[in-house]
Design a protein around this ligand. Structure first.
Ligand SMILES: O=C(O)CCC(=O)C(=O)O
Ligand SMILES: [Fe+2]
Length: 674
């Protein structure tokens, strides 16, 4: 247990104990942070506390907010009882005095101090406990107390009559938070440092920029964060956490100086080794992002590969420009993405001058304030797209339904990998049970009026998706489209329309690093961009990522707009090729056939094809395993369809690389009209 370790530190070789402790007891969440647009798989994680507690039907994070809320309240009760206990006359068991006082002191510094200052910091708004739980650092500290300090103390005091109230709280230590749970939040703190390169010396003592956080980072916690950072390949962050540990140990003791000094040296060595290997392997993105965060530890400066040597390295190796599509550019992506997240802007003055703002008038809606954020390729911002009631309804709908985001790699959704592309980010699709269907339709209709694209219906858009991210959570850089060409990927998301549903206190920009700029999340506003050129090819420049949220919780609603339902709007991208779909199935519903015969060949609005009607309201039995024949120009293709595929027009289009279905017939069709 950690407290024993710390007390023992002064007389035992601490470093040995320290690493023994770290290696054996700290199983951190297996992550490897960022690293460009290349996706890394994450091994299955241990059961989370949420699963163990089964307190709530939804998982908001590995530990759900209601679960955390409950823990916070339990701990608060415990704190009050301990405090009373120290004040009773015929005092307490002598053996208990030290651990009780220790717990009280930690609680006072980490919670009371933190909460008070946090409140002051939040633009005079009263923040409830939940808001405080929203910061990974405070959760990290709380879970550490509950994992290391709470169980032994709780077991010792449970039979003391003064504490009998505890038995009514339903605490089950078997289902108590684990070290993994605490360390998960440690990784989020590391992410924040790795990206934003803030001063740990200030942050660890309670300030974050202009915000007073009340954070009070102990030497031991700093050592733990060092370990987590090393495991996460954030080597310069690791060194900085260790440097802070050294500083805290020097100032406040409680841990062996020699041991921390030794661990500090070991950490630098580890850093240099890793960085050296990275630079030799030519992984410049990672190399630079690590180098970039090393600050000036004057006494140890010579031990780092300094920025100077990085510059030499730069001089030797020519880095690609920010345009184009090369392997090297991809390597640079992670670094550039981080720079843009930090607020850098590489757009030229000329380009910025060309970015205009205007009011868009349509016949049906009030004017929208439109702002061009990038010219070629286009990124548009729509101010005040959502009304506050709509945003709140979407958040309220999503909150209890969130699930960890699944990942999409090379066009396939991989089940099981919870957080690769989206870390500490959870999503839900807005389904039929959304209580305000009319509002949803309004929202989608407005998207259509603004973009000029169809977004409603399966062929035109995916269901609106709401995503939530807590501080430390981010989405590494990626392209929204699922394939390089529309031809290959019929599902392709030709455009993205994303709405920022709430105010994010700090961080959480959407970074378009190859375009040199990021969009700040502005409450109720939307951002809109194309992922494909009109000729169908992918716009590589649209690679983007959601930067880590620093303070507050970020909520976005995203509509991915699809190709098949919009293909007619891309009139010139290739020659029109019409196809005839033949159902060979015998027992097809007569109504469908009738409609098919009547369908006018020139009706290309996919929403109106018999297929779609079938999808919406025709009996399903008629559609079991049909064989489709597609006649396209002179070629006749036949293919068995699975139940899944038969359900959608665009899947059929995709399978046959067709643009549209002009008619739908039973056997022996007349010659197609091409
Ligand atoms: O959260 C963001 O700002 C970006 C999210 C995103 O890119 C996505 O969901 O595809
Ligand atoms: Fe995206």
């Amino acid at each position: 247990m950690l407290p024993e370790l710390v007390t023992a530190a002064s007389n035992k070789p601490f470093i040995i104990l320290l690493f023994h402790f770290l290696l054996l007891n700290m199983m951190i969440h297996p992550i490897s942070l960022i690293q460009g647009s290349k996706l890394k798989s994450v091994p299955a994680s241990a059961p989370t506390m949420e699963e163990k507690l089964s307190l709530s039907s939804f998982k908001e994070y590995p530990v759900s907010l209601p679960a955390l809320d409950r823990l916070l309240r339990i701990e608060n009760k415990f704190y009050k009882l301990l405090k009373k206990y120290t004040k009773i006359e015929e005092n307490p068991d002598e053996n208990l005095r030290i651990p009780v006082v220790k717990y009280l002191t930690r609680y006072k510094t980490e919670v009371i101090g933190g909460l008070r200052n946090w409140r002051q910091a939040s633009s005079k708004e009263r923040m409830d406990l939940r808001d405080n739980l929203n910061h990974p650092f405070l959760i990290f500290q709380m879970l550490r107390r509950l994992v290391y300090d709470f169980p032994p103390l709780y077991t010792s005091v449970l039979n003391i009559s003064h504490f009998h109230e505890l038995s009514t709280l339903g605490i089950d230590l078997e289902k108590w938070p684990s070290k993994q749970d605490a360390n998960y939040y440690g990784t989020l703190v590391v992410v924040l440092h790795h990206f934003y390169d803030f001063s740990i010396h200030k942050f660890g003592r309670g300030t974050f920029g202009k915000i007073v956080t009340g954070v009070n980072l102990s030497a031991v916690q700093s050592v733990e964060l060092n370990y987590i950072a090393t495991k996460s390949e954030c080597h310069s962050s690791a060194v900085e956490f260790m440097a802070f540990a050294l500083d805290q140990a020097r100032k406040f003791g409680g841990i062996s100086m020699n041991a921390v000094r030794g661990a500090f040296k070991a950490s630098i060595k580890e850093h240099d080794k890793a960085i050296g290997a990275l630079s030799q392997n030519g992984n410049y993105g990672l190399f630079i992002s690590n180098i970039g965060t090393i600050s000036n530890f004057t006494q140890n400066r010579h031990k780092f590969i300094t920025k100077k040597s990085y510059k030499k390295h730069l001089a030797k190796k020519k880095f690609p420009s920010r345009q184009g599509d090369t392997a090297e550019l991809e390597e640079m992506d992670s670094h550039n993405y981080m720079s843009i997240c930090k607020g850098e802007n590489w757009q030229s003055n000329d380009h910025r001058k060309s970015l205009k703002c205007w009011y868009k008038l349509t016949s049906r809606i009030l004017p929208y304030k439109m702002e061009k954020l990038h010219q070629h390729p286009l990124i548009m911002k729509v101010h005040d797209f959502m009304n506050p009631w709509e945003s709140a309804s979407l958040i309220n709908y999503a909150r209890p339904r969130l699930v960890p985001a699944r990942t999409i790699e090379e066009g396939y959704v991989k089940d099981g990998d919870k957080v690769v592309r989206q870390r500490a980010g959870l999503i839900v699709r807005v389904e039929q049970d959304f209580p305000h269907p009319q509002a949803l339709q309004d929202i989608e209709r407005r998207m259509e009026l603004i973009t000029g694209l169809n977004v409603q219906g399966r062929a035109s858009g995916e269901k609106l998706q709401v995503a939530s991210t807590i501080p430390g959570g981010y989405m590494s850089c990626h392209l929204d489209s699922l394939g390089r060409s529309l031809k290959k990927a019929g599902h392709s998301r030709i455009a993205t329309f994303m709405v920022y549903l709430n105010k994010v206190d700090a961080g959480g920009r959407t970074a378009f690093h190859r375009l040199g700029a990021a969009v700040r999340p502005a409450i109720h506003s939307a951002v809109f961009w194309f992922n494909h050129h009109p000729n169908g090819s992918l716009i590589d420049g649209m690679i983007h990522g959601g930067c880590p949220v620093v303070l507050g919780q970020k909520w976005v609603a995203t509509k991915w707009i699809r190709w098949p339902g919009n293909v007619n709007k891309y009139k010139c991208w290739r020659e029109r090729k019409e196809v005839v779909v033949l159902f060979k199935e015998q027992d097809r519903n007569e109504e469908i056939r009738e409609e098919a015969r009547n369908a006018h060949p020139s009706n290309h609005g996919l929403e109106k094809t018999p297929f779609d009607r079938r999808e919406n309201n025709l009996p399903h039995t008629a559609m079991q395993n049909p064989t489709l024949m597609i006649q396209s120009n002179q070629t006749i293709l036949t293919r068995e369809f699975t139940a899944d595929v038969q359900n959608s027009v665009y899947d059929i289009l995709l399978a046959f690389d067709a643009i549209s279905i002009v008619t739908l017939l039973h056997d022996n069709p007349p010659a197609p009209t091409l």
